[in-house]
Ligand binder design. Sequence first.
Ligand code: BGC
Length: 746
Amino acid sequence: MKIKSIYTSMIAASLLAASCKDSNQTVQISNETMTVEYKGTPISKAFDAKIDSLVSQMTLEEKSGVLHGNSMFATKAVERLGIPELTMADGPLGVREEISRDSWAAAGWDNDFATYYPAGGGLAATWNTELAYLFGTSVGEEAIARDKDVLLSPAINIIRTPLGGRTYEYFTEDPFLNKKMSVPFIVGVQENDVAVCVKHFAANNQETHRDYVDVQIEERALREIYLPAFEAAVKEAHAYSFMGAYNKFRGEYLCENGYMLNEILRKEWGFEGIVISDWAAVHDTKKSIENGLDVEMGTPKPFNEFFYADSLIEKVKSGEIAESDVDIHVKRVLRMMFTLKSIDDKGRAKGSINTEDHFEDAYKIAAESVVLLKNAKNLLPLKTDIIKSIAVIGNNAMKKNALGGFGAGVKTKREVTPLEGLQNRLPKSIEINYAEGYLERYSNNEKAKLGDITLSGPATINTLEPALLDEAIKAAKNSDVAIIFAGSNRDYETEASDRGSLDLPFGQEELIKKVLEVNPNTIVVFIAGAPFDIEDISKKSSSLIWSWFNGSEGGNALADVILGNVNPSGKLPWTMPKKIEDSPAHATNSFPGDETVSYTEGILVGYRWFDTKKIEPLYPFGYGLSYTTFEFSNLKTDKTAYDKDDMIKVSFDLKNTGTTDGKEVAQLYISDEESYVEKAAQELKGFQKISVKSGETKHVTITLPAKELAYYNEVKKEWLVESGSYKIKIGNSSRGIKAETKININ
Ligand code: BGC
């Protein structure tokens, strides 16, 4: 990874620390931690005159070529004018393998191996904005090394339902965490002369009926929950491209939605980049041209049949669409290409791919993403000095997730499985007894439905193979400790389908219970991207770990957490409900809808619902244990009363009271004590991941702009900070509040 100038405040902080020491000043800031802010670079307008001249020389056919797919992942070049193709690649897990020009089949290259990075849920679970930046720079280097102009990532839709097929790919249920992780990621990618494509704009929170469902969200929930990360992507990170989603919003498809694309994105937020359609998400040439879609991409059909191909040319010729309107879109595309130095590629970043450095980046992210859910008997970290044998049980111990399911994956040379991770890290003297335990089974019916509608009914054939169960029980009985690797995989959690229930698949529940009966020293490790119903298992088992589709080094990182080489510091980026009916979209019976889906829970998404309605989750948002313990004290604000555009400095001490060095995520929630409008019981408005050595105390300051306290007023169509008293709470999860204080807003 390379660090460029944007990474300013952190560098500034460390330089300040260094210079204080050098000049022998008494200011001791080395145990101070402060938040790092990331800012992107706006799109360049330096080439506008050149672009005008280029566009004036282009034929209508050439303009249309620049505006639509001429292969699966590229537009058409205008060679005579020196305009290359605009090249794109998925995506969220790393740079996707090369796809054929005219079908979804792999192109069959032998030089398109890439690093498989942790999926969105894993990154979000680190709660570490520096790692989001690291991920961005690292995957950006890979994208440019593959000559891609646009990386179709990050995917940042809000997790509205735990059943959502893309929950694993998205970050979180919380808009603040979402924006704070998205911005550094975007900044990092774009420093490599590669554009992000922030997706899927917007309100694409379910896969069921995604091609046509009309999403109805009241304006306040739209602004407060579903849009903040997209807005920050524009205003703070200067994202160069956005992807228009498949679904409709308030009656109009997102790729022809004037309100979302022209009004909000461009006029209100000042977006100057391009909007690219999701693949085959365009429905009408004229509406899309007029309402703000710049580039149409699609799935296999003759490229001249795209809406922005022959149809666009005809409509311009017949006068239905003005050529000057087409020019607006072409100019935007060229402006982005010049900014990326893809037209005139002097000095363009070169990047690198599939390198040890990048595997190391993937490792760092994975290592901080693993969430320790329960450690009641202190079985963890494993005491390798006294253990002689370990039963490793479950198909997930060997399962690879870089590819799988419907949608983008990564062709990688390295994916360390959990079993390989343990083999790599355990002393050779410890015997590993592996048993597959359960088989992945899918009914034909489900396979047929995949990519189409919600998986319904019993989502899997949920029976265990007696011989495999026996083998697992034998392995567990004959070993000092058993580790079961359960959860799901990327065939089970997939784009284009939502899950039918929270049930653990493939008979895992029974397997886990039977193994627990014969070996109480059993650790259950879930590898999954989305919540499952693990309440019963959670009661019965003393030791639970949650890991993710966690990239090339996922197995090593997981083994390091299990063995204590890494102290776990991941925190859940969503609420784990006890049962699906507790989740807001299900409690309000407003998922998945049919032609229309109305988000009747409004602003009460995720923990906002659980906390306001006083429903006990199984594991709360922001939750995760450590092998050490932390103590929060001395919570203070720098003043007691603030004006609406002030900065509120919240400070406290964080002490590591255990015997192991560790990292804690300090989370700042606010509650409005005297609101005139409906507010959630509390909202996350700040967080910081802090590394604290055993016995050490760090003084932490989180700066909270008072404007973060605003709610969206639908009548005035503006953000308003209400005057009055607010509670400021600090803790280590949404339910783990450790200290509170009050402030007043004038
Ligand atoms: C997905 C996008 C993806 C595109 C291209 C679509 O089905 O929704 O996220 O970038 O395919 O692979």
